[in-house]
Ligand binder design. Structure first.
Ligand SMILES: Cc1cc2nc3c(=O)[nH]c(=O)nc-3n(C[C@H](O)[C@H](O)[C@H](O)COP(=O)(O)OP(=O)(O)OC[C@H]3O[C@@H](n4cnc5c(N)ncnc54)[C@H](O)[C@@H]3O)c2cc1C
Length: 500
């Protein structure tokens, strides 16, 4: 299908080739805009990056692909078959949860296996698990239809009586722990069905029940993996954009956005090159765009909450661990204290939770024969003023402790078999992505920072400066930034057509 012609000639400059920027570029091009994407790094993907070393390929950021209907919707909108660009496989199990006493639960989308699993962990919980799924499916519909999957920058769209009624009836605003506590008696299952708020960089002990929709999406929708690794996603979008006529410039670091009175005129690169634009769509982190590219801090930035950060290790290992599945979540003995350390006391937890990804279980081409490419993520605090963590000191310590924990967990002789290794600390989120508080997942997703309360996807003064990605509506995560790209493209098309 050819791009619509109505907006032909209008030049949209997209700052950043993260998944949000790429998807928005594709959508704008399809609507007839002339689109240039400027990316400071040498490759597309942003946080969904890749690191290759010694025959190992590591995805550097996201590893769990959920809600694939939003990916398919993008290809459907353009009129191209997704299968021509991506080869997705559904995982089974979705992931293994490993508890402190050594027991495990395989979370899967096969309901019979799930019932068996939860009954083993907590006898009698099977019927309550089914009720949990049914009730969280309602939360999913409330969340998606009412608040996430539409533009909510007008007060009336967000605070409608219908929406408030939905929230009250769905008990969406009560504490997440209180909600899971109604279905499950054991901490094990309570944690298994609430830890997912950590995907948003939010403590499961300080989250509203609406985020119970996350475990529902995993079980009901399944977990997928793109063959070739997660980085196949931005590659596919960049290819699609290229085929539609989007211009990509890598190694193009935008130094500032040129402001007029009510509009922006274009951008200036670090090397001094000026690029004129009819509209600028910023995919880079929004607080940084305000602070650095516009030279005006985001209003009340000091009062905004940021998500937690992540300490990452990419380990090429010259041996196999046959029992290690694609995804493993290791829950510490006292998850509440671990989360308290991260979110309240702002210190590296003494007994951290960690997550291990071993994607060559699904795609053996990602590691040399007889080897494993292991990715480890440890949730850690963001950089909070007055409670700073010196990562040049703490990074090597946490690395050594994590390697030891991994061996204790069951990755026998890991250190002996390391072929290649890289760590990525919160400092690197600052250096690579200009993350304001060295956070991994952007602005926090407390109820006071989502929907109408999240920074809107258009600047309040500059009418042709728009935002896409995790720091604007609806928030963090691959499905969310894909939704963000559709919402902003729809808004641009409506508003820019209106001024023409
Ligand atoms: C460690 C980690 C694990 C995650 N796990 C998952 C997961 O399993 N599943 C999931 O769904 N989500 C996950 N997420 C979240 C998900 O990866 C992000 O929400 C999403 O990729 C963000 O996309 P984005 O388009 O908003 O921005 P980004 O990926 O941050 O892209 C922004 C782009 O802007 C570029 N840029 C910045 N400044 C400039 C400038 N001045 N000039 C030019 N370019 C610039 C950057 O280089 C970058 O490429 C994870 C995130 C992290 C960090």
């Amino acid at each position: 299908m050819e791009p619509h012609t109505r907006n032909h000639g209008s030049h949209a400059v997209v700052v950043g080739a993260g998944l949000g920027g790429l998807a928005a570029a594709v959508r704008l091009r399809h609507r007839g805009f002339r689109v240039t994407v400027l990316e400071r790094h040498a490759q597309p993907g942003g946080r969904c990056g890749i690191w290759e070393s010694g025959g190992f390929r590591f995805d550097t950021g996201p590893t769990l692909l959920l809600m694939v209907e939003y990916l398919r919707a993008l290809f459907d909108e353009i009129g191209r078959p997704m299968e021509a660009y991506l080869s997705l496989v559904q995982l089974d199990p979705n992931y293994r949860v490993h508890y402190a006493d050594g027991s495990t639960l395989d979370v899967t989308s096969r309901i019979n296996a799930m019932l068996e699993g939860v009954e083993r962990v907590e006898p009698g919980s099977g019927p309550r698990f089914l009720r949990f799924l049914a009730d969280t499916s309602r939360l999913y519909r409330i969340g998606l239809d009412g608040f996430v999957d539409r533009n909510v920058h007008r007060r009336g769209d967000f605070f409608s009586l219908k929406n408030l009624g939905l929230l009250v009836r769905g008990r969406a605003m009560e504490q997440l722990q209180r909600m899971v506590g109604r279905y499950f008696r054991s901490d094990k299952l309570r944690h298994t069905f609430s830890f997912q708020s950590l995907y948003l960089g939010l403590s499961p002990f300080d989250s509203p029940a609406i985020y119970g929709l996350l475990p529902y999406t995993e079980v009901a929708g399944g977990l997928y993996f793109p063959m070739g690794g997660m980085h196949a996603l931005p590659r596919a979008l960049a290819r699609l954009g290229g085929e539609l006529g989007v211009t990509f410039r890598y190694g193009a670091d935008v130094a500032h956005i040129e402001r007029g009175e009510r509009e922006v005129a274009g951008v200036v690169l670090a090397d001094g090159t000026r690029i004129a634009a009819d509209l600028v769509l910023a995919n880079a982190d929004l607080p940084y765009v305000y602070q650095t590219l516009l030279q005006e801090p985001y209003p009340r930035i000091d009062r905004l909450a940021f998500s937690c950060s992540a300490f990452l290790m990419y380990l090429g290992v010259g041996r196999r661990y046959p029992n290690l599945p694609h995804h493993t979540l290791v829950v510490p003995a006292d998850l509440r204290t671990t989360c308290g350390d991260i979110f309240e006391r702002h210190r590296i937890p003494a007994d951290p939770a960690f997550y291990i990804c071993n994607p060559n279980k699904t795609d053996p081409a990602l590691a040399p024969p007889g080897s494993e490419n292991i990715y480890v993520l440890v949730p850690v605090p963001n950089q909070t003023p007055g409670r700073e963590i010196d990562w040049s000191v703490e990074g090597p310590r946490l690395e050594a402790a994590t390697l030891q924990r991994l061996e204790h967990f069951g990755l026998t002789d890991l250190r002996q078999h390391l072929v290649t290794k890289r760590t990525f600390t919160p400092e690197d989120f600052g250096a690579s992505f200009s993350a304001t508080r060295l956070e991994a997942f952007g602005l926090a997703h407390g109820i006071d920072q989502v929907g109408y309360f999240r920074p809107h996807n258009r600047h309040p003064v500059y009418e042709n400066l728009y935002f896409v990605g995790q720091s604007t509506h609806p928030g963090c995560g691959i499905p969310m930034v894909l939704i963000s790209s559709r919402l902003v493209a729809e808004r641009i098309a409506a508003e820019r057509a209106a001024v023409r």
